[in-house]
Design a protein around this ligand. Structure first.
Ligand code: SF4
Length: 615
């Protein structure tokens, strides 16, 4: 249904010509789900945009072919005039994007939007199109479809909006569907429903599907074939089963070993050193060579082609070229890591949260008077031991982030907080003035988005010094500088980073700065609020390793807020599961994750896509 050959996309940028795609070749059959995976910036979304001719203004196709359809029905997508291309987009090629909230028109009823898609791409008009829209809303599982047609998008939940997007994309009965991170913005139980729905509809309609995602576990449950991209090229393509059970490219193997999970507990994750090379350069050798643990002397000076290694399995790596030393012998098994000693939890709780309740005022009317209260946290109790990691898990809106912020005392001005938050026996909720400042030193927080949490106008040195000066006024300038330099070493940043601004760093480096800032005042407890969910797998591995090492060195405790069960299995000693402001189950993480007793925990765990990587 789709053939892409030697596709080249270039972007003009301030730093020069970016060769975003370099010779991408793939084909997708009717009824096949083909997944394009890779870390951010590797070119997977650019491939989708190029085939739909939706490249950014500074981008253009510099070469290659894109064809959809078969035989006499085949269309040369890149050669079509834009007027005909509009019929192809949304007609023969359906599209679903990550954020349904921004893809739907907020001022148009959802029914109108679906009807518009049907009328634009099929022969149905008026009442017949409306009846078709009702039929599609029913098929995508929206209850009371006739009534919901007249709702605006804001009245729907994220999962419902994504269902509407799917209905819109499929109502035109496309040959082919492009789904770009279709469930990334959704909670895990909704994600499971949407993935099942997509799978069923795709089978019924016999559509080809290009699934783009960074989540390997989602791919393993959905795709027939997988292509891994790196620096603008496909570097491995294989049937999904083979890709996950026997990946061949050194990058693919390293990525699988970087995934956190229970089986990796106690050992560092494999972090892939270095970063993706800038695509402004002309390559004369393998793009992965500077980071490859198996690089050979000629890798830096030879451009590798895709090589057949098994049926429908190709790899772009010189280890597999004819005449190379036997590839299998080159594959270094992951070094067995000695298990780190687990922390002794018998030392009594560092943090003891008792019946914590957080209520936010609901305001209304012209004077914005308080009309009532909303209980975000409705009475939770848990403990965190010294040097221990407790994971707080649950879906968005369950109250886990509010609990974390209440412990760090970030909600004092805007909420009513009740209960007791005892840090080494002292109730943080009752402290004022100097006592509160002293307690704040003990409990720090790291957020999901390191960019938003770092002041863009301050240099890294000033960011780190700010907290020190505020919370540890007894240190003089020389002591502060030497502590800051030690911290930069500890979190793995170079000392010259201190003179630079946050925007000059990658996401992973910015998270290191945020961790250094939290550590600057030598806290006993750090609330980590989804600290790795915005990061790529290889960078996530670096940050998880760093947090683990710092815990071992400094004995700091973590309250780890996350929805990623693999991360929980890897890093947490104990886990507490939250639902609607309450903890429904807590205990040792192996116990809760392997033998959950609560129905909600069971449903949550069942919805998590699992990847049994062979490495
Ligand atoms: Fe590593 Fe060489 Fe293969 Fe590139 S070609 S992935 S450097 S072994």
């Amino acid at each position: 249904m789709l053939h892409i050959d030697k596709l080249q996309v270039e972007l003009e940028s301030e730093s020069g010509l970016v060769r975003a795609l370099d010779g991408v070749r793939l084909s997708i059959e009717r009824g096949e789900t083909f997944a394009l995976v890779g870390e951010s910036g590797c070119g997977k979304s650019m491939t989708a945009l190029a085939l739909m001719r939706l490249l950014p203004e500074n981008g253009y196709v510099a070469g290659g072919e894109v064809r959809i359809g078969q035989g006499r029905d085949q269309t040369d997508v890149l050669g079509l005039p834009e007027s005909q291309m509009r019929g192809v987009r949304g007609g023969r090629i359906g599209m679903i994007f990550q954020e349904p909230g921004t893809s739907l028109n907020p001022v148009m009823k959802v029914g109108q939007q679906i009807v518009e898609a049907i009328e634009a791409h099929t022969a149905l008009r008026g009442e017949a199109a409306r009846a078709k829209a009702v039929e599609w809303l029913t098929r995508v599982g929206i209850p009371e479809p006739e009534r919901r047609l007249d709702d605006y998008p804001f009245r729907m939940s994220g999962g419902q909006k994504q269902r509407v997007m799917i209905a819109m994309a499929l109502a035109a009965e496309p040959d082919f569907l492009v789904a770009d991170e279709p469930t990334t913005a959704l909670d895990v139980t909704i994600q499971a429903q949407i993935l099942d729905l997509l799978k069923d509809l795709q089978r019924e309609q016999r559509m080809g599907m290009l699934l783009i995602t960074h989540d390997l576990a989602v791919v393993s449950g959905m795709a027939h074939r997988v292509a891994l991209m790196y620096a603008g090229q496909i570097i491995e393509v294989a049937p999904a089963e083979q890709f996950f059970s026997a990946p061949r490219h050194p990058y693919a193997r390293a990525l699988m070993r970087a995934l956190p999970g229970g089986d990796r507990r106690g050992a560092p994750l494999e972090a892939i050193a270095g970063t993706v090379p800038p695509l402004t350069q002309r390559f004369t050798g393998c793009r992965f060579a500077p980071r490859c643990a198996q690089a050979m002397p000629h890798c830096a000076g030879t451009l590798p082609d895709l090589i057949d290694v098994a049926a429908r399995h190709e790899v772009r790596c010189l280890l597999y070229s004819p005449g190379a030393p036997a590839a299998a012998a080159q594959v270094v098994a992951a070094a067995a890591q000695p298990a780190a000693p687990r922390i002794n939890l018998a030392t009594g709780p560092l943090l003891d949260v008792q019946d914590l309740r957080v209520r936010f005022p609901i305001r209304g009317g012209i004077l914005q008077r308080v009309k009532g209260h909303f209980d975000a946290v409705a009475g939770v109790s848990f403990q965190v031991g010294a040097g221990e990691t407790l994971a707080l898990v649950g879906e968005s809106g369950c109250g886990k982030t509010t609990t974390g912020k209440a412990i760090v005392q970030l909600l004092r001005q805007i909420s009513v907080t009740e209960g007791r938050v005892l840090l080494e026996g002292r109730n943080l909720l009752e402290l004022q003035g100097e006592d509160l400042r002293a307690a704040r030193r003990q409990v720090q927080i790291i957020f999901q988005d390191p960019f938003a949490s770092l002041n863009p106008r301050m240099r890294v040195f000033d960011i780190l010094e700010e907290g020190l000066a505020a919370l540890q006024g007894d240190l003089d300038a020389t002591e502060r500088r030497s502590r800051i330099e030690r911290l930069t070493d500890q979190v793995g940043l170079r000392r010259d980073a201190l003179g630079r601004y946050p925007h000059e760093f990658s996401g992973g480096q910015r998270q290191r700065i945020a961790i250094a800032r939290a550590l600057a005042v030598q806290p006993r407890l750090i609330v980590c609020d989804e600290p790795t969910s915005a990061l790529d797998v290889s960078v996530q591995a670096q940050i998880l390793n760093l947090l683990r090492e710092l815990q071992r060195e400094l004995g700091v405790s973590y309250l780890f807020i996350t929805h990623n069960i693999g991360v929980v299995e890897y890093i947490a000693d104990r886990v507490a599961v939250m639902k609607a402001g309450l903890i429904v189950e807590q205990g040792a993480s192996t116990e809760v994750l392997e033998h959950p007793t609560d129905d909600y925990t069971r449903a949550l765990l069942a919805a998590v896509p699992r990847l049994q990587a062979a490495l």
